[in-house]
Design a protein around this ligand. Structure first.
Ligand code: CMP
Length: 299
């Protein structure tokens, strides 16, 4: 269960680590223009799954431009550098000289070459004088990737700060950060119920969690301890005993990072194998070196 961004385009030439450094410029627009852009983005098949924050940021960064009737906005086969939203006028979309459709106000176009790193799939020509909102490729792709990149780096920082995870290599932590799911609980919510089956592992990233146990159904629940940020629980389920041995309830608002058994086993198993392989490789290297040393000493 690897989490992915809604849009699967892999922007070429962009280093995800540097995306947080890109400065985005916002352009003033009227309320009506802002709403038109937002609606256009939300109605576009390729963009409607974006997070609301991403839609707002794209809208914010779009700059105005105008073109006269008859101008070519996009030439089929070119490299794409801009995504547009049409605010006023009409454009015609053609492919190899044949008309595909005409587009009116409130529609996105020019998104395909940017989202899928392909050349322009069609030509777009202004049928009237037109008013457009535009966003450049780099800004667009930065916004597309940014929320995921920021979340990932926050998870990495957090996982690195947990003593139990400090021995994991960076790529292992990074994979954990990819698969974990953030879940939220309100005061007194059960995160785990004693006796229930379960196959998830929890790391507390915010708030406190009360651990309680009941020795028999007729006994009172006894509070065993209270866990806080950076503590983890539910590990028995990952070892194969999937009946929960205690109850875990939220004390106030709680956020947990949840890892399912398969992901956890896979990642840790994988990491162990890497370690084992490294060990074996080192052993082989040492053996070869010892042989070389021996032969050089007798020759
Ligand atoms: P892009 O390929 O970047 O540049 C040309 C644009 O024309 C394309 O993105 C779409 O926005 C648009 N387009 C291509 N094919 C069609 C189609 N069949 N119907 C509507 N719009 C299209």
């Amino acid at each position: 269960r690897i989490k992915r961004q809604a849009i699967s385009a892999e922007p070429s030439g962009l280093d995800p680590a540097k995306l947080t450094d890109v400065t985005l410029t916002s352009y003033l627009k009227t309320k009506e223009s802002g709403e038109l852009i937002q609606k256009a983005l939300m109605n576009n098949d390729f963009m409607k799954h974006l997070e609301h924050g991403q839609i707002l940021t794209i809208m914010d960064c779009m700059y105005p431009t105008t073109l006269s009737k008859g101008c070519c906005v996009i030439q089929e086969g070119d490299d794409g550098s801009t995504v547009y939203v049409l605010e006023e006028g009409m454009v015609e979309v053609t492919k190899q000289g044949k008309t595909l459709c005409t587009i009116g106000p409130g529609k996105v176009f020019g998104e395909l070459a940017i989202l899928y790193n392909c050349t322009r799939t069609a030509s777009v020509t202004a049928l009237t004088d037109i008013k457009l909102w535009a966003i450049d490729r780099q800004n667009f792709q930065t916004i597309m990737m940014r929320s995921g990149v920021i979340k990932h780096s926050q998870y990495m920082d957090f996982l690195r700060s947990i003593p139990s995870f400090q021995s994991l290599p960076e790529d292992g932590l990074s994979k954990l950060a990819d698969v974990l799911e953030e879940t939220h609980y309100g005061d007194s919510d059960y995160i785990i119920r004693q006796g229930a089956t379960g196959d998830t592992f929890f790391i507390i990233s915010e708030g406190q969690v009360k651990v309680s146990q009941q020795n028999s159904p007729s006994d009172e629940q006894v509070t065993v301890t209270t866990l806080s940020k950076g503590d983890w629980f539910g590990e028995q389920a990952l070892k194969g005993e999937d009946v929960r041995t205690a109850s875990y309830t939220a004390v106030g608002d709680v956020t947990c990072l949840v890892i399912d058994r398969e992901s956890f086993k896979q990642l840790i198993g994988g990491l162990d194998e890497v370690k084992k392989k490294q060990c074996e490789n080192n052993e082989v290297k040492e053996k070869l070196q010892a042989e070389a040393d021996f032969f050089s000493s007798v020759s």
